[in-house]
Design a protein around this ligand. Structure first.
Ligand code: GFP
Length: 823
């Protein structure tokens, strides 16, 4: 092979000059050479692409150097396997990471352009449903910032989470074609595509006297990697996010086309490409289950193959695999990776089963994100066997050996065996059990969640595997959710305690003493007011909504799910409204509040969609009723996403975290709000517990049953109607809905919601109502004393540094991964 001789070819890759001149030069070069347009004829999209390419150019040298370094050092890294990454917009984040925001701003002005106009062109990649996907995005940001070698693996969905619109108050889903104009952040590598197989059968064969098994698949697809840069904050490090896109192995059958059957000619292509076509909504119907399993296997098989066959050197001894990688299973979605790695090691690489199992058990770890039994995936064996016959065999063998070990330990306890079997009595594969058996560690995502996981969800496994279970409380990246989202607060913090807190969030503690400083409090309040004005402008432009600036901003933004209890929030609003219109209070006696909702309902989740309809219906009645005199306002901007969250969170006064105790694994929105100086009204659930412990009872509005009380009430028998009878306000609120007050007199519209609450109320909203209303009264009282409120808000910021995802990553590294940063 020829060696380079030219000095430029020999030198490390050069970044453009980090000056305004350097930036302008590079930007125009990208506009001219990359887009093929002149500045004078460029469109906003051209400029956005050229700007993104310019930022990329600054990151490129670091990225290439990091990839080179990671390959030469060959130290242990994290392969984060996640079906979702809810990334949010990239441009600002990447400018921030490189420290180029001001230079870019000036450079664009010098070109006669406004950074804001260009920024507005970016469509956020919505490749996730909610908390789980956003957490993955925070984690890869923190891993890069800590300098830990890691690759995020996932799926490049052509359509992300649907775009939500409201028609007559009801959710209508539209396809999210985020790639319609292309994405400037991705680097496709079709030459590095991996082949992923499906279907067929297995057979045994004689391999020099040894009987081996092989899989004879029926069909293949190509997994084409798209690489994205994941820059660390101000540390010159850039990790990789690798998302797989499905392509047919043979795109187009020319013979069939020539014979005139145009549809048949592209059938294989359409079928293959469906695999990465659309992000799967949670809580949906069984249809498409097969496609979902295809998606899961598709990205996991491609990722494992990528790591084993491309990233590792050709002569790598696979016995040492655990020294090189930990595959982190983000929920049960990637768990099919366990039998896949076994198949690769045993069938493809010729390792003995026991050796392969040793390796596999050290190479995986599993994070559980739920307590809802229905969210722990199970796959019918016939489906799995049809799609992945070899994997089903491998799972059966893992299960046989595992149950044998259980028998050895506990004797022939058939009840226990039945409970612990990876294969359920009706023949389905319990993926969470498989992950628990195979994983070196299993973690929950908040203290309470991890405890309940051990005690209630997987107690037999906790007993069987002492030390396997651990906790890592979630976190959020302060770069996006404080620095980018809340520049005013960030400036105030830096002016007060100096720089450096953004990568050492515990330093926020230094703000505590300023809670008693009147001047600081007024500066803090000024920031909040400015953020409300920014939100008001955003909602006016985006949705034509108006926000009054003297209202308490009371916010509930998260997926729509009954366990999160948006209906409880709604009952509070109706109660406030009812108090005014029934004349029990005069409008000036209520705290002026704007209630902000943001929520998408899974398209197949009928009750969630009805609740959305009800929120909108209540909103339009309350907002239009002159008797309220504008003291109560309900805003529900459609299509809540990361970009909107970055505006809502910094403006909020009150954060609603009101799930039924024992149902929300952690929550991460709760952390974002507290870090931005909103006070939480919440149950003792998920990470609320830790927030409250840190900020103190005086600075948190706790209400509702704790988890043991919930369990107790359930055991005694829960009759929601008893709670309706016991609280007149509650019965009036429900009666208002039933009477058709929010549905133009038509009582039938929301009857299913009311009837579900009064007869079943699976998440006990009615049981917590009275206490919730009492807590809201405490909110009103504190808010009336702005000094006391601000003091509490400052203490929330000061005491929540723990919730940085940098800390979460350090905990994963210490407790699970053992992957030191590369310095
Ligand atoms: C899920 C859980 C949350 C948890 C996140 C991240 O998110 O409690 O904070 O995962 O661990 F439910 P959602 O699906 O609720 O958004």
């Amino acid at each position: 092979r020829l060696q380079p001789t030219h000095p430029i070819a020999l030198a490390p890759v050069q970044a453009p000059e980090p000056t305004v001149d350097g930036f302008v030069t590079q930007f125009l070069r990208n506009l001219n050479n990359g887009r093929g347009v002149a500045l004078s004829t460029s469109t906003a999209n051209d400029r956005y692409f050229a700007l993104a390419a310019t930022v990329r150019d600054y990151l490129m040298a670091r990225w290439l150097e990091d990839v080179r370094r990671q390959r030469t050092i060959q130290s242990k890294g994290v392969a984060y396997l996640s079906a979702e990454y809810l990334l949010g917009r990239q441009l600002d984040n990447n400018l921030l990471a490189t420290g180029l925001t001001d230079i870019a701003d000036e450079a664009l002005v010098a070109c006669g352009l406004d950074l804001d106009d260009v920024r507005a062109m970016e469509v956020e990649p919505g490749l996730g449903n909610g908390g789980l996907g956003r957490l993955a995005a925070c984690f890869i940001d923190s891993l890069a910032t800590l300098g830990v070698p890691s690759v995020g693996y996932g799926i490049r969905y052509e359509y992300g989470i649907f775009r939500q619109t409201f028609v007559d108050g009801q959710q209508v889903e539209q396809a999210d074609s985020w790639l319609a104009l292309g994405s400037p952040w991705e680097f496709p590598h079709p030459e590095a595509a991996r082949t992923v197989s499906f279907g067929g059968h297995t057979e045994t064969y004689d391999d020099g006297g040894v009987t081996r098994t092989r899989w004879v698949p029926a069909w293949n697809v190509l997994a084409v990697p798209y690489n994205y840069m994941v820059p660390g904050y101000h540390n010159g490090r850039v990790n990789t996010l690798r998302l797989w896109s499905a392509q047919a192995t043979q795109g187009f059958d020319l013979r069939v086309f020539n014979a005139g059957d145009y549809q048949e000619a592209v059938r294989a292509q359409t079928y293959a490409e469906n695999i990465s076509k659309v992000l799967y909504p949670e809580d949906s119907t069984p249809q498409g289950k097969e496609l979902r399993l295809q998606q899961q296997y598709f990205f996991v098989a491609a990722s494992i193959s990528d790591f084993v066959n491309l990233i590792l050197p050709a002569d790598f001894d696979l016995a040492n695999l655990p020294d090189r990688v930990i595959f982190q299973l983000n929920d049960t979605h990637p768990v099919i990776g366990v039998p896949e790695l076994m198949r690769v090691l045993v069938d493809e690489k010729g390792l003995e089963w026991d050796a392969a199992w040793q390796i596999t058990q050290q190479c995986f770890a599993y994070t559980c994100h739920t307590l809802l039994p229905e969210a722990l995936e199970v796959w019918p064996a016939d489906l799995l066997g049809r799609l992945l016959p070899r994997h089903l065999e491998i799972i059966y063998r893992i299960n046989d050996e595992f149950l044998e070990a259980v028998r050895e330990r506990f004797g022939d306890d058939s009840e226990r065996i039945r409970r612990m079997s990876i294969v359920s009595p009706d023949g389905a594969i319990r993926m969470a059990y498989l992950a628990t058996v195979a994983g070196s560690k299993v973690n929950g995502v908040a203290e309470l969640h991890s405890q309940l996981l051990r005690e209630k969800v997987l107690p037999d496994f906790d007993e069987f595997y002492p030390g396997k279970f651990t906790n890592v409380t979630n976190g959020v990246t302060p770069r996006r959710f404080v620095k980018l989202a809340n520049p005013g607060l960030s400036r105030l913090i830096t002016d007060t305690i100096g720089a450096g807190w953004l990568t050492d969030l515990d330093r926020l503690r230094e703000l505590e003493e300023y809670a008693d400083d009147a001047e600081f409090r007024s500066a803090f309040r000024a920031v909040k007011s400015a953020n409300k004005r920014v939100l008001a402008r955003t909602l006016a432009e985006r949705d034509g909504l108006t926000v009054a600036d003297d209202h308490l901003l009371d916010v509930m933004v998260k997926r729509l799910h009954e366990y999160k209890r948006q209906t409880l929030k709604l009952l509070h609003i109706i109660t406030e409204y009812d108090a005014i219109v029934s004349g029990r209070v005069t409008p000036d006696q209520v705290t002026p509040r704007t209630f902000v909702f943001g929520a998408k309902a899974a398209p197949g989740y009928a009750m969630a969609k009805r609740i959305i309809h009800l929120i909108n219906a209540v909103g339009s009645v309350v907002n239009d009723d002159p008797r309220v005199e504008g003291r109560l306002k309900v805003l529900f901007p459609p299509n809540y996403n990361v970009t909107l969250a970055e505006r809502i969170v910094p403006a909020a006064d009150l954060s609603e975290q009101i799930s039924l105790a024992g149902k929300e694994a952690s929550g991460t929105g709760n952390m974002k709000f507290a870090l931005n100086g909103a006070l939480t009204i919440g149950t003792d659930d998920g990470a609320n517990v830790e927030i409250r412990e840190l900020v103190g009872d005086d600075n948190f509005f706790l209400f509702g049953m704790a988890e043991p009380e919930v369990a107790d009430l359930q055991a005694r028998g829960y009759h929601p109607i008893d709670f309706v009878r016991a609280d007149e306000n509650l019965s009036r609120a429900l009666e208002l809905i039933s009477s058709g007050a929010f549905s133009g007199g038509d009582a039938s519209v929301f009857e299913p919601v009311v009837s579900n609450l009064t007869h079943h109320d699976p998440f006990m909203a009615l049981a917590d109502y009275t206490d919730y209303i009492a807590a809201q009264k405490r909110v009103d009282a504190l808010y009336a004393d702005q000094d006391a409120w601000t003091r509490a808000a400052i203490l929330n910021v000061a005491r929540c540094g723990f919730f940085s995802s940098d800390r979460s990553m350090r905990d994963y590294i210490d407790r699970i991964w053992h992957t030191p940063p590369i310095l």
